[in-house]
Design a protein around this ligand. Structure first.
Ligand SMILES: [Zn+2]
Length: 260
């Protein structure tokens, strides 16, 4: 990093620092962050500050956003990229937040070219080169130790889309094996579909079976929120995500439980 860039970052971190009380209020109560070391928390705070500076938070339909909401969303986002860097989230600006679940209308053409109009109610969505859109009611619920996490889900889609297509195959880091990733993820995806067919509870949200992209987004949620569950049910998937996110949330949780 050149000197000018470093100076700019230092300026932003100083000028736009997150209020200490607000930071503690969020970080101390977010179970996702349990077990982070003081150094990791400091790094997370810097990334969160830079993310808040770079992105434009917009309350939809007159919804008034507070600093608690902005920081709450930003900190969960930055946990995902804590070890892979903020540059993974460049190329888009807007974070649009609705008060609650929001309705979208889409026209889709089927195989024979007939266009179908569909209405969906969503808690979040991610546009490949556009904003992420979130329901605050869902984000807030997820912050109270929920089995799911809409922010992580949408950020996983953003990371997935970095190589041009959202297909459950994000650009892998140097040293990671493409064939191993593909084999592990495909096998687990097929196993999930198989278990749903036979009504066997795999422990994963059935929504993961919708497509490989949704599978990646859902296992990313479980990786951060319930790492032990993912590791016991899909250990190879856990290992691939550990390599991808360069984090080990299961080890973190163990460390946190030893401190209690
Ligand atoms: Zn999704």
């Amino acid at each position: 990093m050149n000197i000018l860039k470093r100076a700019r970052i230092r300026y932003i971190l100083h000028r736009h620092a997150i209020a200490h009380g607000l930071w503690l209020e969020i970080v101390d109560h977010l179970s996702l962050l349990q077990g982070l070391t003081a150094v990791e928390k400091a790094h997370l705070r810097e990334l969160t500050t830079l993310f808040l500076y770079e992105k434009n938070f917009i309350g939809a339909q007159g919804f008034q956003l507070t600093d608690y909401m902005r920081v709450g969303i930003a900190v969960q986002t930055c946990l995902c990229i804590l070890e892979i860097g903020l540059s993974c989230l460049s190329g888009w600006t807007d974070v649009i937040v609705y008060r609650g679940p929001f309705r979208v209308s889409r026209d889709t053409a089927d195989a024979v070219g007939v266009v179908h109009h569909q209405d969906h109610v969503l808690s979040g969505e991610s546009w490949s080169r556009g904003p992420i859109v979130l329901s605050w009611a869902d984000v807030e619920q997820d912050m109270q130790q929920s089995p799911r996490n809409v922010v992580i889900h949408e950020i996983a889609h953003k990371l997935d889309a970095l190589n041009g297509t959202t297909n459950g195959y994000p650009p892998l880091h140097y040293g990671m094996s493409v064939s191993e990733w593909t084999e592990v993820m495909s096998q687990a995806y097929e196993a999930l579909n198989h278990s749903l067919e036979y009504q066997y509870n795999s422990g994963l949200d059935p929504y993961a079976a919708h497509s490989p992209a949704e599978f990646f987004a859902v296992v990313s949620e479980v990786f951060f929120c319930h790492p032990e569950r993912l590791d016991s049910q899909f250990p190879e998937v856990y290992r691939q995500l550990q390599l991808y996110y360069r984090q080990d949330p299961k080890r973190r949780l163990h460390a946190a439980s030893r401190m209690i």
